[in-house]
Design a protein around this ligand. Structure first.
Ligand code: SF4
Length: 197
């Protein structure tokens, strides 16, 4: 069978590096950085370059499971049935206990469109006030640093700023460990004469 190439995005940190998966017989045969992607230009850190490992694990679920009752053994069901049952159970919780009985914990790795949809679902449809994401936890130290030093916390305007700034000011973040590819871009710029503090 021919190898198919799938362009995707690294599932780990917020740098959002572009990845190309080489897929053969429905299995990932190779992972490589996407040289055309503006975030990483083909580079990947260890996490990105091994992102196929969890996908290939035998411990992953291969089909939907559902517990008929709490405490019972989970049994396989068709995906459509699992979605229907989950929706019915959520509806029962909503009707019985009100919207704040339902909380959403989502991912900062979702696309903007997906973020919009889940917020619309939580706040506009379910009307729960409880929605949280890993973004707040993983950015807590850096966000506090930005607020204390600069008075505001915001994401960078554009990664292209990396290529033209003369000064990097990093606070509350260990870029080498947490955002390795951006750190490499910082080091590239430093070698070209920029300062970092
Ligand atoms: S820096 Fe590493 S973990 Fe983060 S998105 Fe890029 S490859 Fe993935």
């Amino acid at each position: 069978m021919a190898r198919e190439e799938v362009r995707t995005v690294c599932p780990y940190c917020g740098v959002g590096c572009g990845i190309i998966l080489e897929v053969e017989n429905d299995r990932i045969a190779k992972v490589r950085g996407d040289t055309a992607h503006p975030a990483n230009g083909g580079r990947l850190c260890t996490k990105g370059s091994s992102c196929d490992k969890p996908l290939l694990s035998d411990q992953r679920l291969h089909q939907a499971l559902i517990r008929p009752q709490r405490g019972e053994k989970a049994v396989p069901v068709a995906m459509q049935q699992a979605i229907k049952d989950t929706a019915a159970r959520l509806r029962t919780i909503l009707n019985t206990h009100g919207p704040d009985a339902i909380a959403f914990y989502v991912s900062g790795q979702m696309s903007l469109e997906a973020q919009y949809l889940i917020n619309k679902l939580a706040k506009g449809f379910v009307r729960s006030q409880h929605i949280e994401s890993n973004s707040r936890l993983c950015m807590a130290a850096a966000g506090t640093g930005y607020k204390l030093s600069l008075g505001a916390d915001a994401p960078p305007g554009s990664y292209e700023d990396f290529d033209c700034t003369d000064l990097f000011f990093v606070i509350g973040a260990n870029m080498a460990d947490c955002h390795p590819i951006l750190f490499l871009r910082l080091m590239d710029r430093k070698r070209a004469g920029a300062r970092a503090c």
